[in-house]
Design a protein. Structure first.
Length: 157
């Protein structure tokens, strides 16, 4: 078994095409270039995140179009890649602005993705992210309630 941990400053020759594509596309993905997803994902992609489970490129494109249509900006920074065979764990930082979250100010959240690929396409993509830190904590009333609950939960620790 050979697990490869990639520092993004050092490109490895043995890295898979689908993984190179993922890193390159997500590093430049924005509200203005969602068409790049067609180059990345297989026609029968399985995509899962904490709020949705989708199958097929058409569903994925529709999901991303809806998601990004509400954002003023969204940028990903790939922090680390752990790669073995046809799968990889990607650790990332996402910064986004939504007019109704965090008073329209930028929100930054860490997350990771488990992806699998074949040749030049990603066939499976599952995101792991704290939805509270990404969404709920930035909704006016709910955010204050979550902050209160967190303070109470850690008070006796």
């Amino acid at each position: 078994m050979s697990v490869q941990i990639h520092n993004l400053n050092n490109h490895h020759q043995d890295q898979a095409i689908w993984l190179d594509n993922f890193i390159n596309i997500y590093s430049q993905l924005s509200v203005d270039n969602l068409h790049l997803l067609d180059r990345l994902y297989h026609q029968d992609i399985i995509f899962i995140d904490p709020m949705h489970s989708l199958q097929g490129l058409a569903q994925l494109n529709s999901y991303f179009s809806n998601l990004y249509s509400n954002l003023a900006s969204c940028d990903f920074t790939i922090v680390q890649v752990i790669h073995e065979g046809n799968q990889a764990a990607i650790y990332w930082q996402m910064k986004f602005c939504h007019p109704r979250l965090n008073k329209g100010q930028e929100v930054e959240v860490s997350g990771s993705s488990h992806i699998q690929g074949d040749n030049d396409k990603v066939t499976y993509h599952r995101d792991y992210v704290d939805v509270g830190a990404m969404l709920y904590e930035h909704i006016p009333f709910i955010g204050k309630l979550i902050a209160f609950i967190k303070r109470r939960a850690t008070k006796n620790v």
